[in-house]
Design a protein around this ligand. Structure first.
Ligand code: SF4
Ligand code: F3S
Length: 80
C-alpha cells in the first residue's frame, strides 16, 4: 500500500482524497494527518503526485526518517 508521512501533519490538504478511486484515505477532526488504509489501498499511485507537500510514498519507498508512518497508518485502522 501507499503510506502518508510527516509532511501531512498540520497540513491535511486532502487533494489525495479527491483522486483515490477506492476512497481509502481517512482522517477525523482530532487526527493530525490523513491515513491510508493498507487493507483497502489498491496501489494505483494516483494520490502520490497530488500531494502539495509530497507526504505520500509507496510502502517500500518511505524515507528512512519516516518509516514509523507505515505502522502509524495501519494503527489508525487498528490493523497492528
Ligand atoms: Fe488510493 Fe491509489 Fe493512493 Fe492507494 S495508491 S491510497 S488506492 S489513490
Ligand atoms: Fe495530507 Fe497531502 Fe493528502 S497533505 S491530506 S497527504 S494531499
Amino acid at each position: 500500500p501507499y503510506v502518508i508521512t510527516a509532511p501531512c501533519i498540520g497540513v491535511k490538504d486532502a487533494s489525495c482524497v479527491e483522486v483515490c478511486p477506492v476512497d481509502c484515505i481517512y482522517t477525523d477532526d482530532d487526527a493530525p494527518q490523513y491515513y491510508i488504509n493498507p487493507d483497502e489501498c489498491i496501489d494505483c499511485g494516483a494520490c502520490e503526485p497530488e500531494c502539495p507537500v509530497s507526504a505520500i510514498y509507496p510502502e517500500d519507498s518511505v524515507p528512512e526518517q519516516w518509516q514509523d508512518f507505515i505502522r502509524i497508518n495501519a494503527e489508525y485502522f487498528q490493523l497492528k
